[in-house]
Design a protein around this ligand. Structure first.
Ligand SMILES: Nc1ncnc2c1ncn2[C@@H]1O[C@H](COP(=O)(O)OP(=O)(O)OP(=O)(O)O)[C@@H](O)[C@H]1O
Ligand SMILES: [Mg+2]
Length: 296
């Protein structure tokens, strides 16, 4: 693209170390070391007619540098909104989100796989994956190397020159994942990145992601509706509930790393799966606003 000016401050992108994420109430940073319970990060959206929809309420969570946190929760409970708050695409109405020691801003240090892929339609798979590197001024030979490796890892080595319209939903999603990883970000935000994949490809991609993540250990927030996926990937699983759209449970996942396919059938994994399935079922059947209240 002639005359392109990078919107990011760096002309030559150098990845930083993994960063912590703090989702906290206003003015809370000074209080972090004190004896204190963070309360509420909130985000609502205005609707026509003057009503508002609460997307995230009473949410607080500290994520350590290099930690992998997965988020489970029913549709509409605010998972995507939370990722957009952490990315800096949205500002909270109350509370604060801090990444490292700063208010977050989108950039090469934040890899984001959007639920709707958001690929550039006029760019090939290769160009899409390398776009962040291009913006950051990484020279073409190095860029090509990084992109080729990532496309290969997501199983799209042969589709580098295809345009998004020529790719299946699952292929687009894998391009989006490769794009998010390309700049070697210190924060990875992944919004149901495997939802469009068939079951077998999904299992392979989960292990590929673990492998790629372990090379750098970015601080990761990963949204999924799959309990098994949440356990396989995470150091902690966070469960969000529908009204009031807040954090309900945190389940630590103490399975050793590196995790391989076999872990899925281990007794510890199955016990965690049963525990989380029970928690989520209770959230749905015990919520008077749920259409499945008192069922099961
Ligand atoms: N830009 C917006 N304008 C108005 N309302 C919004 C907007 N974005 C989200 N919402 C509302 O906020 C709530 C949470 O939406 P969000 O997309 O965060 O849910 P989610 O947990 O990601 O759901 P899903 O699992 O279906 O992806 C929903 O009620 C949604 O309608
Ligand atoms: Mg969502």
């Amino acid at each position: 693209m002639p005359g392109w000016i990078s919107p990011w401050p760096t002309k030559c992108w150098l990845p930083s170390a993994p960063l912590p994420i703090w989702i906290l109430p206003t003015g809370d940073r000074k209080l972090r070391s004190a004896d204190h319970r963070p309360q509420a990060c909130r985000k609502s959206f205005g609707r026509p007619g003057g009503t508002t929809t609460t997307a995230v309420a009473d949410f607080s969570l500290d994520i350590a540098p290099g930690e992998f946190v997965t988020i489970l929760g029913p549709s509409g409970c605010g998972k995507t909104t939370l990722l957009r708050l952490v990315n800096g695409l949205l500002k909270p109405d109350g509370g604060s989100v801090t990444v490292g020691d700063r208010t977050p801003v989108p950039g090469p240090d934040m890899g984001f796989v959007f639920q709707s892929f958001r690929l550039i339609p006029w760019a090939t798979a290769e160009r899409n994956v390398g776009f962040g590197l291009e913006l950051a001024g990484v020279e073409p030979v190095r860029r090509k190397e990084i992109v080729a490796r990532l496309l290969d890892r997501v199983g799209l080595g042969r589709s580098a020159s295809a345009y998004p319209a020529e790719l299946s939903g699952g292929m687009k999603q894998r391009v989006a994942l490769a794009r998010a990883l390309a700049t070697d970000p210190s924060i990875l935000l992944l919004d149901e990145p495997f939802a469009s994949l068939d079951a077998q490809t999904r299992e392979i991609m989960q292990l590929e992601l673990l492998h790629l993540w372990s090379e750098r250990r970015a601080t990761a927030l990963f949204v999924t509706h799959s309990v098994e996926e949440a356990i396989l990937l995470a150091d902690r699983v966070v469960v969000m509930g529908a009204a009031p759209h807040s954090l309900r449970h945190i389940v630590p996942i103490d399975l050793p790393r590196p995790r391989r396919d076999e872990v899925r059938t281990s007794p510890a994994f199955i016990a965690l799966r049963n525990e989380l399935t029970g928690i989520i079922r209770a959230l749905i059947t015990e919520d008077p606003n749920s259409p499945f209240f008192n069922r099961g």
